[in-house]
Write a new protein. Structure first.
Length: 50
C-alpha cells in the first residue's frame, strides 16, 4: 500500500489516494536490493527455489 504521505487516506472525493500495488522480482544471485517507496507498507513473500 502506498500514498503520498503517512497521513494519506481514501475518501469519497479522493478514493485512490492510498492504493495497492503488486510486483514480482527474480533474485538469481541470492542478494536482494530494492528502493521502497516512502509512505508505503510492503509485504515480501519469498518463494522457495526450485
Amino acid at each position: 500500500m502506498a500514498g503520498a504521505s503517512f497521513t494519506s487516506y481514501n475518501s469519497g472525493e479522493h478514493p485512490d489516494d492510498v492504493r495497492l500495488a503488486q510486483s514480482t522480482a527474480e533474485v538469481p544471485s541470492g542478494r536482494f536490493e530494492h528502493s521502497f517507496p516512502a509512505a508505503s507498507v510492503t509485504v515480501l513473500e519469498p518463494a522457495k527455489a526450485p
